[in-house]
Design a protein around this ligand. Sequence first.
Ligand code: ATP
Ligand code: MG
Length: 532
Amino acid sequence: MENLRFESLTLSKEMLKAIEDMGFEEASPIQALAIPLVMAGRDVVGQAQTGTGKTAAFGIPILEAVDPRSHDLQALVLCPTRELAIQVAEELNTLAKYKLNLRVLPVYGGQPIDRQFKALRQGVQIVIGTPGRVMDHMERGTLKLGKVRMVVLDEADEMLDMGFREDIERILDDVPEERQTIFFSATMRPEIMRLAEKYLDKPEFVKVSHKVLTVPNVEQIYYEVPRFGRLEAMCRIIDFYNPKLTVVFANTKKGVDELVEHLQARGYMADGLHGDMNQAQRDRVMAKFRAGSIEILIATDVAARGIDVEDIEAVFNYDIPSDVEYYVHRIGRTGRAGRSGRAFTFASGKEFYKLRDIQRFTKAKIVQHKVPTVTDVEQARTEKFLAAVRETIAEGGIDKYLRIAQEFVEEEQEATTLDLAAALLKMLMGTTEEPEKSKPGTPVKYGDTGAEPGMVRLFMNVGRRLKIGVKDVVGAIAGETGMPGRLIGKIEIYDKFTFVEVPEEYAEDVLRIMSNNQIRGNRIYIEPAVKR
Ligand SMILES: Nc1ncnc2c1ncn2[C@@H]1O[C@H](COP(=O)(O)OP(=O)(O)OP(=O)(O)O)[C@@H](O)[C@H]1O
Ligand SMILES: [Mg+2]
């Protein structure tokens, strides 16, 4: 069934055009199997690995089935989290790009309900919602399910699990019986399948079968690291592999908050996502993560299912998930749509029993690795840097700089070309002097840093890839502490950290106020470089 072209699926030309715009060349296996069945009006239970296009597998036939001339609500998609509802609505809207008068609306808790009233009143054919908010609208009479002909449960196994089941039943009771009901998920336990049959009418079970539940292009690694060593280990692994975007899963909200603090203090562009945050905060974090201005998202399982962000190259199980299914969903945030990714899991003590259960359930190989040493990290950085140098040489266009280099060496009696190259490397890589990422509360000493008498040298750890200038530093310190900018002594700015000298009497103030401060929206952390 693979390599099926969308053209052979009897879709409207508006749909084919939208699919082409999205860059999809062929239907994925689950799409090839499920789209014709759903279009034929069948109830379907679809199971396929994470990141294999289940959203479009139900989204395309729904969009083809609804009548845009009617303003009635005709299809309802239920998702377990707000972020997922937003994302699915966005994908359906993109697919509906050329379908005029077709409206898809996400409806979820935490968003002002009157804004949703207004949108609903204007007539929406497809609603993508979380069960709680959908019920809320049902009770208020602002969402009428009487004309709904299709209901989809995305992440169906989760939705049928205890937490959501009652809500789902109440919603389904409100939808006319002559409807199509469609379930999708990457995992379906047998007991969930039995339960599914209760709600569906002669369902067609579509399973893109693989021996292994997880995606093959995700390399799965575990490390034996006790709790206290995990933060350091994770930072090294991140620095070693240097993934574009990373998701770190912790089991508790408190755990998420703590990790956010620690990682920000170490200068990573990290932020958290969990259910205790208000929706505006959650939206902001997701938007920043999608845009890449947050590189590490630390989350509870709210982000485990369905979330699709292209550049996630690594997933961490900082805590081992308590549910084997959740392992599959968590690590499925990487390696999507055929891309590759890495999944790292920490385990110690009793967690090894869970790790064993996970291996049994997924039938995947999770390989043990040793945590990279500081030297490994250093080497990886150097290799990466030199590879970039090689690439620049290969690309060419460096004649202008060759001339500068030549003139420099001719003029400087003492310096050879090699000296020049080495000096440039030192300046650009800035590695040797760079302290290990600092921990809050444990000032790092850098030997004799030679602050002027009466001055204290402070070390600021700034976000990775953050470009700040002297003006930013002076502005931030002067602005926040009221200390006259001219009293600030030497400032040295490196790739990821900065030294500033301030008069002793201001040091405490600067430290206290600045340790939670931001420069251009990025947290910075200041601590004394040398206790004098
Ligand atoms: N036919 C296709 N060709 C290329 N890319 C596709 C195709 N169909 C979907 N995609 C893309 O693949 C990515 C993953 O799709 P989707 O989010 O639907 O996966 P999923 O199967 O629902 O995964 P999960 O189980 O994690 O929810 C999305 O970015 C989507 O746009
Ligand atoms: Mg999905």
